[in-house]
Design a protein around this ligand. Sequence first.
Ligand code: NAP
Ligand code: HSE
Length: 462
Amino acid sequence: MARGIKAVGLEDSPGGSGREDAPGRVRVVPRAVRVGLLGLGTVGSGVLEVLERNRADIERKAGRGIDVARILVRDPSRARAVAVPAGLLTTDPRDILTDPEIAIVVEVMGGTGVALQSILGALRAGKHVVTANKDVMAEHGPEVWAAAAEGGADLFFEASVGGGIPIVRAVQSSLAANSVRRVAGILNGTTNYILTRMSRDGLSQEEALAEAQALGYAEADPSADIDGVDAARKLCILSSLAYSTMCRAGDVYRQGIAAISAQDIAHAARMGWTIKLLAISDMQSGRISMRVHPTFVPLGHPLAAVNDTFNAIYVQGDPVGEAMFYGRGAGALPTASAILGDLLEAVRGLDRGGARTSCPCLHQWPVDPVDALQTRFYVRLLVADRVGVLAKIASVFEHAEVSIMSVLQSPVSQRSHPDQAELIVVTHAAREDRMRDAIEGLRHLEVVAGVGALVRLAPEDL
Ligand code: NAP
Ligand code: HSE
């Protein structure tokens, strides 16, 4: 029987059949592909919304119908952003994982419990998996890739980094011929939204986070965003792809934005900077270093203009030089864009046979701690406002071998702290471990009432 693709009306063909579309010419209408959806929250609803809105075009590109056959949720009685027939919902992952008719599983539930087990089960059963789950990809990469190899299945995870930005496939495929030296940028939409709302609109961190949660940008446990865990996982995924090695999220040095206050934002602006949570991964002489931390970025730098939930990622490599990727890093629809692009890839692969994706594990490069990195720091201190205090503080920096570039003193609210002052110290480039010693020394100093945010200045070669 001749093989072929029906160009229109694919939604009519759940079973696949031969049709005579011209006298004597029979075209085979491929069966609609059955998809199991794990999760119907922010992202899952976005996926269904976009699939319905663009169905005709998506199915033409896929060459067959796409039938979301079953949807896993925790609570079937919950109100949903999209209407789905109640019969599609299930609370038992086995309804999807053991259904031989389901060829592709889309996982958008999150976490590393049921989600991980479902991904592993689906891959081992030979079902292709599309996931938005950075926790699973960054914490359980080797296990997941082994399951994919065992089942001969494909694994797609574009939505796990950068929301709607096509960065995973770019690093995985388009830039594969490069020797990548650095991957750096803004990888978390929630914290970028929070820092933008604090800087631009004067919101408190708590108010801005509440907004980000209401808009569906934050993780189920938002401390993953605030503490830099989410950005660290994404950096780990990109580093794995960029350097063809299996990075572990635990190898990423991490500092979140919890300590960043309105004062830090105001001081930054006065000095010509804005604060961004940057993720930076460097490869030098076969050694990797990875870090996520709040960073002062000069106002004229392109990253300073990346606001709200937008993400931006630089990839520096040879021969490409520098490539920058920019777009919405969180939210239902941008993430659905990445998921559906992956779903199309998975569907197109069905007829080709054999898995096309594989573990980025050609090397096992060592990962350096950040201790030896040279960085310029800003630290805000609350100190006693009396004679001799500056000398004591300077001696702690001297002892730690950290050279001070500038010190700025500003009085704090007279009413609440009549005898205290705020000191803003900016250092010359210093080793991370030396600065850690200095901070430890300052905490033990009797004249220091509090050590506020520690913010690094962006590397000069960024
Ligand atoms: P969400 O709104 O909390 O939705 C999670 C969905 O999964 C819900 O429908 C929930 O069911 C279901 N679910 C969770 N645990 C379950 C369990 N044990 N058994 C059955 N169903 C379960 O989360 P989301 O924001 O859509 O995020 C989903 C994934 O996408 C996460 O991995 C996240 O990191 C990733 N992601 C999110 C974004 C974003 O902007 N939100 C962007 C990129 C990637 P109920 O509805 O019944 O509770
Ligand atoms: N919570 C994540 C973020 C969702 O804000 O970036 C997108 O991965």
